[in-house]
Design a protein around this ligand. Structure first.
Ligand code: ADP
Ligand code: RBF
Ligand code: MG
Length: 351
């Protein structure tokens, strides 16, 4: 990042201090945290053009388009309330087709006296929507935002933008891992209609590479082997996708194409410090295939990763996931991706 200029290194743990702040507050926090030899104003004015250039390449959170389209098609009015300036918010969303028109109200931090955590921006949003505050649902990724929403008398679902943050968001009415886990009917809103047989179709994504050694506990501890992929080579793909249990198709060069169910994330039961990708190929192999080229096309989502009171309950849940994936992959909607050319490198056909 820009910190390099000052001979400093970005510290992920400190990132949580700036999420949800106004641009000025965030700059001031960074200058203080890293003891930079500039004022917050100077830092901000150097940084703003650098960030503005990057806005166009920021991808929507998985589930964001789905949420916006669903609410619009059901006539549920939505507002966007951000501590960033109105101008910046409008520029940022201009890169996403249909977003600007979907919001009945867009409010920037420069349009209120006090930004979040003050309730002001949410009270103003409700007023402009002509909605009673008690009928509004706030979806927030930051702690100041959750505080603001609750202070405005609204129901608040937190979707933390940083991992392993659940404990910090206790004031929210619910903390979910990603927008894929939002259950609108819980809040009196029309339910999503796209779940099929316990699965949520997603925009397919793929990842592949040589199978590496994992923690050595898949088969040994759980009786469930998972063919781990190197996460280093794919850190950007992985960071784009929320942790959770997914399924799809797996291609093994020279062997074939198989159904696959996997977890992506920190495996709460084992509380790993790294985000890993753990695909279980739904096929009995006679031998290990470490080092071989494994290609995955991920087509659907099942559930968030969870913690379990016992190893047996974790194993039972994973077997449930397997059953859901096995059956869903027979649906034309998912079956068609079995022919994806990404899976067939030099491999011979099978199954
Ligand atoms: P590790 O911790 O090294 O990943 P696991 O106990 O999870 O070890 O076992 C994974 C290995 O088992 C894979 O790398 C692969 O070589 C082998 N294996 C055998 N059958 C399967 C399967 N059905 N799905 C995934 N991996 C399998
Ligand atoms: N680990 C968890 O801690 N929580 C989970 O909810 C979870 N779900 C999984 C679902 C599937 C389909 C698979 C294959 C694994 C899952 N695991 C989960 C990961 C499991 O803990 C992991 O494979 C082992 O830690 C082996 O390294
Ligand atoms: Mg494994």
């Amino acid at each position: 990042v820009h910190l390099v200029k000052f001979g400093k290194k970005w510290d992920g743990k400190r990132a949580r201090r700036i999420v949800g702040k106004t641009p000025y507050e965030a700059a001031a926090a960074i200058v203080e945290d890293y003891e930079l030899p500039v004022t917050a104003d100077e830092f901000l004015s150097e940084l703003t053009p650098i960030f503005s250039k990057k806005w166009g390449s920021i991808k929507a959170q998985p589930g964001a388009n789905r949420l916006i389209n669903h609410l619009r098609s059901h006539g549920v009015p939505i507002a966007l309330a951000s501590n960033s300036s109105k101008e910046n918010v409008e520029t940022k969303i201009s890169f996403h087709r249909g977003w600007k028109e979907s919001f009945s109200v867009i409010l920037g931090g420069d349009e209120v006296t006090n930004g979040k955590p003050s309730p002001e921006i949410y009270l103003e949003a409700a007023k402009r929507l002509k909605m009673d505050t008690s009928t509004c649902l706030v979806i927030e990724d930051s702690l100041p935002g959750v505080t603001a929403g609750k202070a405005a008398g609204m129901e608040v679902v937190a979707v933390p933008s940083l991992p392993k943050q659940t404990d910090v968001f206790t004031s929210a009415d619910e903390v979910i891992n990603s927008l894929l886990d939002l259950k609108l009917e819980k809040w009196g809103l029309p339910a999503f209609e796209d779940w099929v047989e316990g699965t949520l179709p997603i925009e397919p994504w793929s990842i592949g590479g040589p199978v590496i050694k994992g923690f050595g506990r898949g088969s040994k501890v759980l009786g469930i082997p998972t063919a781990n992929l190197s996460t280093e080579a794919y850190s950007d793909v992985l960071s784009e996708h929320p942790s959770g249990v997914y399924f799809g198709w797996a291609g093994l060069a020279g062997r074939g194409i198989y159904k696959m169910v996997m977890s992506v994330g920190w495996n709460p039961y084992f509380n790993n410090s790294e985000k890993t990708i753990e695909p279980w190929l739904l096929h009995d192999f006679d031998e290990d295939f470490y080092g071989e080229d494994l290609r995955l096309v991920i087509v659907g989502y099942i559930r968030p990763e969870a913690n379990f009171p016992s190893l047996e309950s974790l194993v039972a849940k994973i077997h449930e996931d397997k059953k859901i994936a096995e059956e869903a992959l027979e649906l034309p909607l998912y079956l068609k991706y079995r022919d994806d050319s990404y899976l067939n490198t030099s491999s011979k056909q099978n199954c």
